[in-house]
Design a binder for this molecule. Structure first.
Ligand code: BG6
Length: 609
């Protein structure tokens, strides 16, 4: 998935484009480019990160006040200057940037070739520029007609910004499935794939729906539907502030966001709990709706899926309602069997991940109720789900999620407790006890950050050159081990696997040899002895053991490196154990000198299939 940005107003566009692209770089960093309208349309592109583009631009006089920009996550055509956006139609009539995938681009290429079009890149986006050009010239009905005919003709996902040579003071946008916001201020109009790109200039934004378009003039925005009729859109105000998309003195966004967890966990709890009572009124998730739920299906991708693995244990244990789980890319094509009173929960930080969005639509299609646990207000998944529980993590910039993960855990703890009360599987005393203990989580996370960081930094430096790692645990400890292992893989590129501790001896233990790094998560009082015996088995084959456990667990005899977390209720340990696991991944990656915020081949949320 890519990031697009645009500005049309009084000020120099290039500064706004470059600062916007820097804020969108977590969406892809294979190449970047801008188009700025002055006397003509100047297009500058470069391979790699924004810094390379800035280098190319620094000596150029780009005074234009209209422009569009792009940072790329390569899908069609390798990362190169030639495949970088903006792409231009054959004679320069159309210049555009695009986030998404044109699925029928080969068929369109053949059609256009029959009309004499030629192609310089391997991208689907160049085809989009030429098909708009084709309709623009064929029907001579102006930009909106050409864009609408194109939207009818192309298949796939797109958020695109287009400059027509004949209309140099206008930027045209259109979207289907890919995210796009439009901003306005007294200095002009803005477009971007995500809020942080324009937060510095405005908090006043519009969201356009699928198959809608808009024309950004210097002082206003005009919205169109697919018939070309002008439509009204509601102006919304963004809650987030600019500081949340700055590093504020931290070396990386990831470590900054790790330190923000006590605050955002507290904010998320307070958003739904007052006077020890959970209140979902804002979300219409009423008691009647909860009462009828007889099955739950949690569907997500990446780390969000690991939240689901944790919550399956908790929801089933607390409510006795069966919970199924799936990664979204499997769920959307497996024709799931859903019961009439099934609730499908989609967990997503961005609310734009293509597989999760498609899974939501599939669940609705099959008649299930849908609940979205989402961090980005106004995102597609939030807008299309029947019910939404927002997490209040604020903008998350680092590609590897941390604070959003922690707030997703909290929201689903609250959901589980409220459902258990509604189902009568817990009494009022237990209900209040759980909420009281949950409200202690922010301080307990803070104490881990205060007391264990130096220890974890020291341990991490020991494993900077590790080749393989195994994370093991049982129950909720196994569930959180999945996330710990992914964190290490994502940012340090060390091969890592998470295993249910009891499963190791049925094969994988053959991989354990001298100095193999094994991280054992041991918190669950009813089964910790089992996990310790599994760690003893690993140690006897040469494994080097890092343990994450609470004080009440007698771990010393098996642990080479001990990380201690405060005690809490058995259901809430994932919120505490994940912190040292995030820090381990972070400090090992830093000690390998890697770009922690923008790991290779990854993107913050994948809006293409
Ligand atoms: C990946 C991100 O692209 O998408 C992960 O790198 C994330 O951090 C996953 O967990 C799912 O994204 P989302 O936005 O749907 O939670």
């Amino acid at each position: 998935m890519c990031g697009i940005v645009g500005y049309n107003g009084k000020n120099k566009a290039i500064d706004i484009l470059l600062s916007g692209l820097s804020k969108l770089e977590y969406r892809g960093y294979d190449s970047a480019g801008v188009a700025v309208v002055d006397n003509e349309i100047d297009v500058i592109k470069s391979k790699g990160k924004i810094i390379n583009l800035k280098e190319k631009i620094k000596d150029l006089d780009l005074f234009g006040t209209t422009g569009i920009g792009h940072t790329r996550w390569a899908t069609h055509g390798e990362p190169s200057e030639n495949n970088a956006h903006p792409h231009i139609s054959n004679d320069g009539t159309v210049t555009l940037v695009h986030n998404g995938i044109i699925e029928n681009y080969q068929e369109l290429t053949e059609k256009l070739k029959k009309h004499g079009y030629t192609f310089y890149s391997q991208t689907d986006t160049e085809v989009l520029a030429n098909i708009i050009d084709y309709y623009y010239k064929k029907y001579k009905m102006g930009p909106i007609d050409a864009i609408n005919r194109t939207m009818v003709r192309v298949r796939g996902s797109y958020a695109c910004a287009v400059i027509f040579k004949d209309y140099p003071d206008e930027i045209w946008v259109a979207r289907k499935d890919s995210p796009l916001i439009i901003g306005t201020s007294k200095d002009g109009t803005y477009l971007a794939s995500d809020v942080p790109a324009i937060l510095e200039y405005t908090k006043n934004v519009y969201y356009i729906d699928n198959l809608e378009a808009a024309c950004l003039k210097k002082d206003k925005v005009i919205f169109y539907d697919l018939n070309g009729d002008v439509i009204e859109k509601e102006l919304k105000t963004i809650e987030w502030d600019i500081s949340s998309s700055e590093k504020e003195g931290y070396e990386h966004f990831m470590i900054k966001e790790i330190h923000e967890q006590p605050d955002v966990i507290k904010k998320t709890i307070n958003n739904y709990v007052s006077n020890n009572i959970i209140d979902f009124a804002k979300t219409n998730l009423t008691e009647d709706i909860l009462k009828d739920i007889d099955q739950i299906y949690i569907v997500a991708c990446g780390s969000a899926y690991h939240v689901g693995v944790c919550e399956q244990y908790i929801i089933e244990d607390l409510t006795r309602v069966p919970v199924r789980l799936d990664v979204a890319s499997e769920f959307r094509y497996k024709h799931p069997i859903l019961s009439k009173n099934e609730l499908v929960i989609i967990v997503s930080q961005s609310g734009e991940t293509a597989d999760s969005l498609a899974a939501l639509r599939e669940a609705k299609e099959l008649g299930a109720k849908t609940l979205a646990v989402v961090n980005v207000v106004g995102s597609s998944i939030a807008r299309e789900a029947d019910y939404v529980l927002y997490t209040l993590a604020g903008p998350e910039i680092a590609v590897a999620t941390t604070k959003a993960f922690s707030t997703q855990l909290i929201v689903l703890y609250l959901f589980a407790i409220e459902l258990a009360k509604t189902k009568g599987t817990i009494d009022d005393k237990k209900y209040k006890e759980l909420i009281t203990e949950m409200e202690c989580i922010p301080d307990k996370v803070q104490s881990i950050l205060d007391n264990e960081i130096n220890n974890i930094q020291k341990i991490s430096s020991e494993f900077a050159s590790a080749k393989d790692a195994f994370y093991i645990g049982r129950g909720l400890d196994y569930a959180i081990s999945l996330e710990g292992s992914l964190k290490l893989k994502e940012i340090s590129y060390i091969h890592s696997e998470a295993y249910a501790a009891g499963e190791l001896k049925h094969g994988t233990i053959s991989l354990i040899e001298d100095n193999t790094l094994v991280v054992g998560v041991v918190t669950q009082e009813d089964i910790y002895e089992k996990t310790i015996s599994n760690l003893v088995e690993v140690k006897s084959r040469g494994g080097y053991i890092i343990t994450v456990s609470s004080d009440n667990i007698p771990i010393d005899k098996v642990s080479n490196y001990k990380i201690t977390i405060p005690e809490t209720n058995k259901y809430f340990y994932p919120s505490l154990t994940v912190i040292p696991l995030q820090l381990l991944g972070y400090y090992i990656a830093v000690s390998r000198g890697l770009d922690v915020d923008k790991p290779r081949n990854l993107a913050k949320s994948v809006t293409v299939e």
